[in-house]
Design a protein around this ligand. Structure first.
Ligand code: SF4
Length: 772
């Protein structure tokens, strides 16, 4: 038995135990390096308890992105410094890092420390997220650091903290799902986003449990449910309030649990009582018999769980929506005891850990608040700086992107592990802002759409080429072990931060070795909510993951939270008195300019902005490009057949993609996956209206019109073909400029209908059956 790579992992033959680079399930896998020029091989790892050997197509093909022909292997800089339209050309690492450091320094000198910023990603390891936060606050002294995780789980995180005093995606291991009695799965489609997790839902039903799925689309997950509720996009809050109303009215509230372990029920009850079934049917489109059936199914179950994902969270009222679902759990007495609870199925690979260690604009490591004097003192002491020198909170992700290149905004940006030119809402505008920067430096594995806009591109190592920890959706801290050597010319993100910090006059405190960074992270997180003090690489190897909080080396870790008390000052969970409100932008009726709902999401064959997965032939065969899902009723009205191009227009832009005609979607709603740039970029359309608490944009609902687009095919940009081109002489991505035109049209409209009225008229055509 030999060990490949860093020698830090368990090895079987020449294969190393590691984890998938993509989603929050962080499936265990083995990776065997290829002989010579042969590609590495992904093998099953049945002993890892979360996925038990199962992998989806993305995980099975993950090694394809390790090939030198696919990924970047040398730094790139603009031929003419400062001219974003000049071609990118290869450069030495010294030249590239010198350019970045000079650009950051110039911006600070001209405009102050607040004129530089950092943008990270939910896929970065804990070590990278931690060091990126430290880099922003210590080396750059800027408050402006945030990350794309703000776009994913932040509403659930805010609601979690509001109710329970702590934010961990799942307060129990995923396997507990199989042992409960009823699960309500809200706006989640694990059949496509994390297929190996489906086994637990199947086992739930085999054990006699019931599954209720809430989704505007009849997804592959919904098809496996005992009951599918198909609400209007953006109406989940009203739905949760309606179910709470029925639970209370039917006498199924757990009065003893409410009295012993919660506060605030009276106010939440009053809010729910204003959402009687007829009203909720009107607001959501879910028929009253289905509402009653769901409330009875959940209320009668001895144990139960509510799990949310991006559907209810990516809304301008996402925090309140998640709070409403938590209220339902609490009122039913289904929290804080084995087999019951509320949880969030996080999305990105390190969506959980990425938000715990200082990558967020308002947080310091250990999930500490940056405005808390004690937290600032603790972290400053670990970093060896004066607490007063630490900046305060910065702008949230979209607000940071929106400020780029403006007076008073960020003028020079270091971006790592993110592709906002595809993944941000109102993406054409965000691309314009990125182009307006004095300096854009991007660290990435591939030449993403955002990297194509950069002045300097830094080629960095990826998952299997480096060691680091991530924290999966259960709060289990795991070790992704190095399994193959990186190609020459590539450096780790940690090495990039080390090199830049040194050039900025901070030569100490930015180690390149991940374990050394993790040891510092342990100290920085000690005593915080996300306490990693007792977790070490050695323990993770020996135990195959450790659940936080784990405050001491002899602490067993915490697979199940809240069994004795919640993490609030009085130990009680808090109800939130929330009420329904419409989406920031609702369709304006059958004769309006934007009569339909658009909702966005993922498909099984691609991951997030597709920067990596669009480089994989097998995945491109299963998910070759964007599409617009339309109901047959709508397709007939538009006069389009399956596969014909459709133009989708919102107040922010336009996208073109082939129609996919299916009766699994509501007739008043269209769906687009968001994995592609180019003409079919779904985020050209989405609305950056922000949740007031989490600052999360409203990706899941906006108003659009849809028209045939004969002669236009609609393609995703930056796919395999783009990857095969070196991109060195490619023009940068054209920026769509339809927003002002769309705004003019919007301003011409008068008398915008109310949400309820618009819903009653229900879009482009009479909606048969309201919901199916
Ligand atoms: S479910 Fe997620 S972690 Fe597992 S193989 Fe697929 S993408 Fe990777």
């Amino acid at each position: 038995m030999t060990t490949s790579g860093s020698g830090s992992g368990t090895a079987t033959g020449t294969a190393t135990d590691t984890h998938c680079p993509y989603c929050a399930l962080q499936c265990g896998m083995r990776l065997r390096p290829g002989a010579g020029a042969e590609p590495a091989e992904v093998l099953e790892r049945p002993d890892f308890p979360v996925n038990r050997g199962a992998l989806c197509g993305k995980g099975r093909t993950a090694a394809a992105v390790l090939r030198p022909g696919v990924r970047l292997t040398e730094p790139l800089v603009r031929e003419d410094r400062g001219d974003r339209d000049s071609p990118l050309r290869p450069a030495s690492w010294d030249e590239a890092l010198d350019r970045v450091a000079a650009g950051l320094t110039r911006a600070r000198r001209r405009h102050g420390d607040d004129a530089v910023g950092v943008f990270g990603g939910g896929g970065l390891t804990n070590e990278k997220a931690y060091l990126l936060g430290k880099f922003a606050r210590v080396a750059l002294r800027t408050p402006h650091i945030d990350y794309n995780g703000r776009f994913c789980m932040s509403s659930a995180a805010a609601a979690h903290r509001r109710a329970f005093g702590i934010d961990r995606g799942l307060p129990f291991p995923l396997a507990d799902i199989a042992g409960t009695d009823c699960v309500i799965l809200v706006g989640a489609n694990p059949a496509e986003t994390m297929p190996p997790a489906l086994r637990y839902f199947r086992e739930l039903r085999e054990n006699g449990g019931r599954l209720i799925v809430v989704d505007p689309r009849r997804t592959r997950t919904a098809e496996q449910a005992d009951l599918h509720l198909q609400p209007l996009p953006g109406s989940d809050l009203a739905l949760a309030l309606g179910l709470l109303h029925l639970l209370i009215a039917d006498g199924r509230a757990d009065k003893d649990f409410i009295a012993r372990r919660t506060t605030g029920f009276a106010q939440a009850r009053a809010a729910a009582m204003a959402h009687w079934p007829q009203r909720v049917e009107r607001l959501t489109g879910v028929p009253m018999p289905q509402l009653a059936a769901a409330a009875a199914m959940f209320g009668e179950a001895p144990r139960g769980m509510v799990l949310t994902a991006r559907g209810p969270e990516q809304q301008s009222k996402g925090t309140d929506t998640v709070s409403a679902w938590i209220n339902l759990c609490l009122a039913a007495g289904k929290a804080g005891r084995p087999g019951s609870g509320y949880g969030c199925l996080t999305g990105q690979g390190n969506g959980q850990g990425g938000r715990e260690h200082g990558q967020k604009a308002d947080q310091l490591p250990g999930y500490r608040s940056i405005t808390d004097p004690a937290a600032r003192r603790h972290v400053a002491s670990v970093w060896g700086v004066d607490p007063g020198a630490l900046p305060g909170p910065g702008r949230s992700a979209y607000e940071l992107l929106d400020s780029l290149g403006t007076d008073g905004g960020v003028r020079a940006l270091l971006l790592m592990g993110s592709n906002p030119a595809v993944s941000a809402p109102r993406a054409a505008h965000v691309s314009e802002r990125l182009r307006a920067l004095d300096l854009l430096a991007v660290g990435d594995v591939v030449l993403s759409e955002t990297a194509r806009l950069a002045d300097v591109v830094l080629p960095v190592t990826q998952w299997a080429e480096e060691t680091g920890t991530t924290t999966n959706l259960e709060g289990r801290v795991i070790l992704r072990r190095k399994a193959v050597d990186a190609p020459p010319g590539v450096r780790s993100d940690l090495a990039v931060l080390h090199g830049l910090a040194a050039r900025l006059g901070v030569p100490e405190g930015f180690p390149e070795d991940p374990e050394e960074v993790f040891e510092e992270l342990r100290r920085a997180s000690a005593g915080g909510q996300a306490d990693y003090a007792g977790i070490s690489y050695g323990r993770i190897r020996a135990e195959d993951g450790v659940f936080w909080p784990c405050p001491a080396p002899d602490h067993p870790g915490t697979p199940r939270l809240f069994l004795d008390r919640f993490a609030t000052p009085d130990g009680r969970a808090r109800f939130a008195a929330v009420t329904h409100r419409p989406a920031a932008e609702e369709p304006d009726g059958p004769d309006g300019a934007y009569p339909l709902y658009l909702t966005t999401g993922r498909v099984v064959g691609q991951y997030q902005s597709g920067a990596q997965t669009r480089r994989v032939d097998e995945l491109n065969r299963s998910a070759p490009g964007p599409f617009v899902e339309v109901h047959p009723v709508l397709a007939r009205r538009l006069g389009v057949a399956d596969g014909e191009p459709l133009a989708v227009t919102s107040r922010r832009g336009r996208a073109v993609a082939p129609a996919r005609v299916t009766d699994t979607i509501r007739p008043d709603t269209v769906f687009m996956p968001f994995h592609w740039g180019g003409d079919g970029r779904a985020n050209s359309l989405t609305n950056p209206a922000l949740d007031p608490v989490s600052r999360m944009p409203e990706f899941k609902v906006c108003a659009v019109r849809v028209e045939p687009a004969a002669g236009e095919r609609g393609k995703g940009g930056g796919g395999r073909e783009a990857a095969e081109r070196t991109g060195l002489t490619e023009p940068t991505q054209p920026v769509q400029r339809t927003e002002s035109a769309a705004r003019s049209a919007s301003e011409e409209r008068t008398g915008r209908r109310t949400a309820a009225a618009g819903r009653t008229a229900s879009g482009p055509a009479a909606v048969p059956g309201r919901a199916s």
